[in-house]
Ligand binder design. Structure first.
Ligand SMILES: Cc1ncc(COP(=O)(O)O)c(C=O)c1O
Length: 389
């Protein structure tokens, strides 16, 4: 029976009958799963019997339910839960690239991902090109050794959206794998696999968890590839904790209603900011003024909860606004119930000079707002008082 995403968030991936007649998926903390006797061990290693678990580093029943649910939400064959979004990215990249390979990564995306490619993979002879998040720019960077294209959509902090159908067609023509970090979109708003993308990654720390209380990541794709990643995870040992998987399953039950609220509130607040005289420019893909609006409208169901904007003035003027708001917390991260606000030039690029930030496209008067689940009218009133001269 076809189920809508709203129903999948609550039921996908778990057996109806659970241990101890529990209604909810139990939190299993066991690190090992005993065999009844040596005969069972023999049958297991000969492949004569199926057993889901053996040792905690190779899998955990609570993790398995979270993975099946996340695979269903993205419409993928399988998923791997990881200890963080960065663990998902690192595990995936290490599985795909080899010395001598080249990959294309887009600028205006999560800084640590770019740093991993630039500083870490380079040590192992992997080359890369960093280009604007635009299919024509990506096409121009492809070389005969390109093995992977990695991008975000929307990007961070300017929320540019990539035309995924065009990207998938380009990659297919060159036999290159595509990886999309869809953390900001979430499977509620965008399902990249439906456009022909090979692998999707999310920092589940953000909207999927949704409560600013867990770190996790997820990779979704073809079963064979995900099982290869699982082998690597069993070797690297950087597992998500069963408790994080439990919290994630719990958080996902309200995922669809939360995303609807994030989408509606952020659009209202983006429109308010765009009309405010103290605001210079707003980046939100739901606004007609955003350069990616047409693409976003075509491929997304909603536009997410993140807004970037510049205030009239300089870095200190932006600081004044951030320090005057009373509801959002001044913190990195996004996607939780609590609204968060920050200045990317300080929070993400503190050690850089204004000139270096400008070269990276990071404006001094830029503010990033993660719209939470508070009443949007309260947030608008708070922003209005913070932006007042
Ligand atoms: C788009 C994006 N991808 C990946 C990550 C990394 O996720 P985590 O913090 O869960 O490692 C982040 C974190 O902010 C992010 O914003």
């Amino acid at each position: 029976m076809a189920r809508s995403l709203d129903t999948l968030t609550i039921h996908a991936g778990e057996p109806r009958d659970k241990a101890h007649d529990s209604l909810v998926t139990p939190l299993i903390l066991s690190t090992a799963y005993p065999f009844r006797d040596t005969a069972e061990l023999h049958r297991y290693f000969r492949g004569e019997i199926e057993r889901n678990e053996e040792y905690g580093r190779y899998g955990n029943p609570t993790q398995a339910v979270a993975e099946a649910r996340l695979a269903a939400l993205d419409g993928g064959e399988a998923a791997l839960l990881t200890a963080s979004g960065m663990a998902a990215i690192v595990t995936t990249l290490l599985a795909i690239v080899k010395p001598g390979a080249h990959l294309v990564i887009t600028a205006d995306s999560y800084r640590k991902t770019r740093v991993f490619v630039r500083d870490f993979l380079a040590k192992f002879g992997v080359e890369h090109s960093c280009v604007e998040p635009d299919v024509a720019a990506i096409a121009a960077a492809i070389t005969p050794r390109t093995r992977l294209i990695i991008s975000e959509t929307p990007t961070n902090p300017y929320l540019n959206c990539l035309d995924l159908e065009a990207l998938a067609a380009l990659a297919r023509a060159h036999r290159i794998k595509t990886l999309i970090d869809a953390t900001l979109a979430t499977p509620f708003n965008l399902r990249p696999l439906e456009f022909g993308i090979d692998i999707v990654i999310h920092s589940a720390t953000k909207y999927l968890g949704g409560h600013n209380d867990l770190l996790a990541g997820v990779v979704v794709g073809k079963r064979e590839f995900i099982e290869a990643l699982r082998d690597h995870q069993g070797m690297f040992g950087a597992l998500p904790s069963p408790f994080a998987a439990y919290l994630l399953i719990r958080g996902l039950k309200t995922f669809a209603v939360r995303m609807q609220r994030h989408n509606e509130s952020a659009l209202r607040i983006a429109r308010f900011l765009e009309s405010h005289p103290g605001v210079e420019r707003v980046w939100y893909p739901g606004l007609e003024s955003h350069p990616s609006h047409a693409i976003a409208r075509r491929q997304m169901r909603g536009f997410g909860g993140l807004i970037s904007f510049t205030v009239r003035g300089n870095l200190e003027d932006a600081t004044r606004v951030v320090d005057r708001v009373r509801i959002p917390f001044l913190a990195p991260s996004l996607g939780g119930a609590e609204s968060l606000i920050e200045q990317p030039p300080l929070m993400s690029y503190y050690e850089k000079s204004p000139e270096e930030r400008a070269a990276l496209g990071i404006r001094e008067n830029l503010i990033r707002l993660s719209v939470g689940l508070e009443d949007p009218e309260d947030l608008i009133a708070d922003l209005a008082q913070a932006l007042a001269p």
